[in-house]
Ligand binder design. Structure first.
Ligand SMILES: *Cc1c(COP(=O)(O)O)cnc(C)c1O
Length: 215
């Protein structure tokens, strides 16, 4: 199938139930432009350098989402233009985003990345760390960032029950974190599991290979 057919197929499946971030990592600006021309504006990259190289070659109204692990020393390169940093996994990182946002006189929207993966211990905050960091932000510690939600990645497995469990776990945290002023974005689900993610409460999905092809 062509990129256009892939993209339209995904939109049909989403059926307006969740926002789509088209994950364009490793793919060319020509391909991104193709999807942009079909109306897509939100694109996700997992590497700062790649985002910084691609951004000037694409239209100004592309909304760039950083979805991969972000090193503190690289925040300054994306601070002027990044739309949403989905992968905040430490207080140190949040603090640096706050600092760089202040320098460019912005309030940068972010999501806290929570470790929901039952097996792997990659990047992400534990539940207790998520609650603490959110509270600190609510108390005004990082005025140049806006915590707008949570992001999570399920285990890479064929076990759909396990994936569903992990998504349900994050949805519960999402609902309970601040019931008085609910968070906006719950970002979970990729090409393999975005249907499960939506069933379990995601309102944003990050889909790459099902649109652009394999990497
Ligand atoms: C690559 C990536 C995706 C998209 O994965 P696909 O399997 O290509 O859909 C989503 N989220 C994150 C954090 C990623 O790194």
């Amino acid at each position: 199938m062509s990129i256009k057919e892939n993209y339209q197929f995904i939109l049909e499946k989403l059926n307006s139930k969740a926002d789509l971030v088209a994950v364009s990592k490793t793919h060319s600006v020509e391909k991104i432009q193709q999807v942009y021309d079909l109306g897509q504006r939100a694109f996700g990259e997992n590497k700062v350098q790649e985002m910084v190289e691609k951004a000037p070659l694409l239209p100004n109204d592309v909304e760039w989402h950083l979805i991969g692990h972000l090193q503190t020393n690289k925040v300054k390169y994306i601070a002027p233009f990044v739309h949403l940093i989905q992968s905040v996994d430490s207080e140190k990182l949040l603090s640096e985003i706050n600092k760089q946002a202040q320098k460019v006189e912005r309030i940068i929207p972010v999501l806290l990345q929570v470790k929901i993966n039952e097996e792997d211990t990659k990047f992400g905050l534990e539940v207790s760390e998520t609650k603490e960091l959110y509270l600190k932000w609510k108390q005004g510690h990082f005025p140049h960032v806006k915590v707008e939600g949570l992001m999570g990645m399920a285990t890479f497995t064929d076990d759909r029950n396990q994936i569903a469990r992990e998504f349900q776990f994050l949805k519960r945290l999402f609902d309970s974190l601040d019931p008085a002023s609910p968070l906006k974005y719950l970002s979970m689900g990729m090409s393999q599991d975005f249907d499960l993610a939506i069933e379990n409460g995601a309102n944003t999905v990050r889909v790459g290979s099902s649109i652009f092809g394999s990497r």
